[in-house]
Design a protein around this ligand. Structure first.
Ligand code: ADP
Ligand code: MG
Length: 460
């Protein structure tokens, strides 16, 4: 038979059926009638509303492809499961049981309710995973479990209990954290775990909406971030039952989340506004902002969140801030902008950060780091239909806060990090200072220049 079905669940509720006709290479999604009538129901995405008729074609295919890992991780997953990387249906059958957001994708048409059962992972196992070579990265842990998260980096959905125990969920139970080891290309991008924790914590201290993160050592450093698409009440504590660990209290509840590629109906390969190679270009930042505003109905909050996110990424030199690093959450019956994630300095790995030329989004028409000046921020404000003074205010505030907080955080983290890691954070701190000074100065002079131009035109 050419046609095949997977079942998409939220906890033990069937949302609908994902169909794949391999002869026609056609994807379809049909909501279950029970889900359509359910008071707790939600649409998979605004482009896939709970209609009576089935959805089909690229909207369905792209939505589900966006749940899979990308780049080298996709290759590894595809090799280790013996399923082509161009076959998202086949891959989700293998690894779709625990995805970003609320979805469980199973062969079976029955799902167990959310459970409390986990398996402990030892520091030795985590260390092996952190050190694994590409072919056997999934030989331990992830290979045995059926979990899929987008992104190009290795990561493990898990649970870090209050006593430091790390455990992975059995099928049906939910993770509460995401663990990321250092980047696999550690020669080019060393100490990314410390880098990401530092930048995320900086953003949190500067008042941005970001989940809490921490570092653990196994002894390799692992960046651990709380999942914002999960609801649980700390402290997370286990009861041991032989090999099995039972989480005390209520099971962890899943919230649905989609990224901007899913929101816009784009494949994961279109996450960059200016892609390399021959991929079609992705959305620009004003399209992203408008679409998120429309979907959430919260124009002011979305604009504020996106402007802070862009300015923060500029200040730390995070050139990889693309459309799959912005998401929306379904919370209390409506879409809201999700907290920020995947914040880390990329420019710090450049011999000359000013020559970094490939910021993911154009900032007022510019993608070269050293070339972004006041006039680009002015264009950026126009593109978002925001008063320039507002953007300038965010630039000033975040610049000031990050310079102060980065020094303080570096001091605070120093006892827990090694000398090489400390040097990297010191370089990020310096990079922030240079760009903060430059941004404040060039955003001020552009106002003076605009005033002068106005006076000039009045006098003519
Ligand atoms: N703290 C978090 N809570 C919930 N989901 C997250 C969180 N961090 C990341 N994700 C999800 O996991 C995906 C991959 O994470 P990300 O940090 O972007 O990895 P990568 O560095 O590989 O791009 C994201 O696109 C998002 O859907
Ligand atoms: Mg990412």
């Amino acid at each position: 038979m050419a046609s095949d079905t997977l079942h998409v669940f939220h906890a033990d509720r069937l949302i609908g059926r994902l169909g794949y006709d391999s002869e026609e290479q056609l994807y379809s999604f049909q909501y279950d009638e029970g889900w359509r009538q359910d008071a707790a129901a939600f649409d998979l995405a605004p482009l896939l509303p709970r209609a009576e008729r089935a959805h089909s074609g690229s909207t369905v295919r792209f939505f589900f492809s966006n749940l899979l890992p990308e780049g080298e991780m996709l290759e590894i997953v595809s090799r280790s499961h013996g399923v082509s990387k161009y076959n998202p249906f086949g891959l989700l059958r293998k690894i779709g049981a625990e995805c970003a957001g609320a979805l469980k994708i199973l062969d079976s048409d029955v799902a167990s309710p959310d459970g409390n059962s986990y398996k402990r992972v030892t520091a030795g196992e985590l260390s092996a995973r952190a050190k694994a070579d590409a072919p056997d990265v999934l030989a331990n842990l992830g290979g045995k479990f059926r979990m899929s998260l987008a992104g190009v980096q290795d990561k493990l959905p898990a649970l870090l209990a209050a006593d430091g125990t790390v455990a992975v969920p059995d099928v049906g139970s939910a993770s509460a954290h995401i663990l990321k080891p250092n980047n696999r290309q550690w020669r080019t991008f060393p100490h990314t775990a410390v880098n990401e924790h530092f930048c995320m914590e900086l953003a949190r201290r500067a008042g941005m909406d970001v989940p809490r993160s921490t570092l653990i050592r196994v002894p390799e450093p692992l960046y651990v971030v709380e999942r914002f698409d999960r609801i649980f009440t700390p402290p997370l504590e286990f009861e041991h039952k032989g090999d099995q660990f039972e989480l005390r209290g209520e099971p962890i509840h899943r919230l649905h989340q989609i990224d901007v590629c899913q929101l816009l109906g784009l494949p994961p390969t279109q996450k960059y506004e200016n892609p390399e190679f021959e991929t079609a270009p992705g959305p620009d930042i004003s399209t992203v902002t408008k679409t998120l505003s429309n979907a959430t109905g919260e124009t002011l909050k979305v604009r504020q969140g996106i402007i802070e996110w862009v300015v923060f990424n500029y200040l730390i030199g995070n050139s990889d801030s693309h459309a799959k690093n912005i998401s929306m959450l379904w919370k209390n019956g409506r879409w809201v902008l999700a907290p920020a994630y995947d914040l880390l300095s990329v420019a710090v790995y450049s011999e000359d950060p000013e020559k970094l030329h490939d910021f993911a989004f154009n900032i007022g028409g510019e993608t070269r780091y050293g070339w972004i000046t006041g006039s680009n921020w002015l264009e950026f404000a126009k593109g978002l239909s925001v008063n320039y003074r507002y953007v300038q205010g965010v630039l000033r505030r975040l610049s000031k806060q990050l310079v102060i907080e980065a020094d303080a955080l570096l001091q605070e983290l120093s006892p827990a990090i090694d000398e090489e890691e400390r040097k990297l954070l010191a370089r990020i701190t310096k990079l922030i200072r240079v760009h903060a000074d430059f941004a404040v100065e060039s955003s001020r002079t552009i106002v003076a220049a605009a005033k002068a131009a106005k006076l000039l035109s009045l006098s003519q």
